[in-house]
Design a protein around this ligand. Structure first.
Ligand SMILES: Cc1ncc(COP(=O)(O)O)c(C=O)c1O
Length: 288
């Protein structure tokens, strides 16, 4: 079936809509985005995604082009028109089209587009055996909390991970701390059995999945600290996993080619993976 995209007020087959060459998203990466999943037509954690979008827009000095309610309806309509049981929805809002100048005239209207594609969640094998990550220096900017379309360092890191046969790159700051992945948040169960992930702040993107998983862990009274961990602590961890809208809760069983714990997904990871799948309404929740 032809995928239907939305651009500035129009729905059309994905190959048709064209963004202008002087779009500030193209020329300055002056834009922000969200990736959501829809399961059975329902957008999972829509409000949390819209909250983050509004924060990103405010930081990027881009006006919200429509009301939040209309945007929600638009996203739902995009999902409906693409008739997919499990879909990934990409929404981008950028500063719009203007003659190239770093300063944007006030009156310029933002560009808004949405694309939808079939979701490809981790395979049963990835979920039962876990995936590998490599560590790389975190070469990004100082405001990683903004979900900006400026993703060159993330793209380069993820490409290096793929070349190394790994699923993700975990990014290490100059202080030795693992901040997050190129497109996911990073977690360990440390040597003392405490679940840990980097605290919110400018060094990481506050993942929607991260937020939900923290709530699920708290509801289960798991020992938990939002406290950064180093590469050395990750290598000594009992368990590790990553979270994102598309990867869900995905066990990490190798870091830089060394096994994590006994090299298999651990009990905390499996508990949270199941709880998150249930939260999202995914069929895999009942398989496991
Ligand atoms: C840098 C980065 N960190 C974390 C995440 C996870 O965020 P979410 O759980 O909202 O998908 C993403 C998602 O794309 C990301 O790009």
């Amino acid at each position: 079936m032809t995928r239907i995209a939305y651009l500035n007020g129009r729905f059309a087959p994905i190959s048709t809509p064209a963004v202008a060459v002087e779009d500030r998203g193209l020329q300055f990466a002056h834009g922000v985005y969200e990736v959501l999943k829809a399961i059975g037509g329902r957008l999972v954690d829509l409000d949390r995604h819209l909250d983050r979008l509004e924060r990103s827009l405010a930081h990027a000095r881009i006006p919200m082009p429509t009301s939040r309610a209309v945007l929600a309806l638009l996203l739902e309509e995009c999902v409906r028109r693409n008739r997919l049981a499990e879909a990934l929805v990409y929404l981008q809002i950028d500063r719009g089209v203007a003659a190239r100048n770093h300063v944007c005239p006030e009156e310029v209207r933002p560009t808004l587009f949405v694309t939808v594609r079939p979701a490809r969640f981790p395979t049963p094998e990835e979920r039962t055996r876990g995936v590998a990550v490599i560590t790389l220096p975190d070469e990004r900017w100082a405001r990683c909390d903004i979900k900006s379309v400026s993703l060159l360092p993330n793209v380069l890191a993820r490409s290096r991970a793929a070349e190394a046969g790994a699923r993700e790159a975990w990014l290490v700051g100059a202080d030795g701390v693992i901040t997050e992945g190129s497109a996911s948040n990073a977690w360990i169960v440390d040597a003392a059995g405490v679940l840990r992930t980097h605290p919110l702040g400018p060094r990481i993107l506050g993942g929607v999945t991260r937020e939900v998983v923290l709530e699920l862990a708290r509801a289960r009274a798991l020992p938990l600290e939002e406290r950064a961990f180093t590469r050395a602590e990750a290598l000594a961890a009992r368990e590790a996993f990553l979270t994102s809208t598309t990867s869900l809760v995905l066990p990490v069983t190798r870091i830089d080619d060394r096994p994590v714990g006994d090299g298999l997904p651990g009990p905390v990871t499996r508990t949270l993976a199941r709880a998150y799948a249930e939260h999202a309404g995914l069929a895999i929740a009942t398989e496991e």
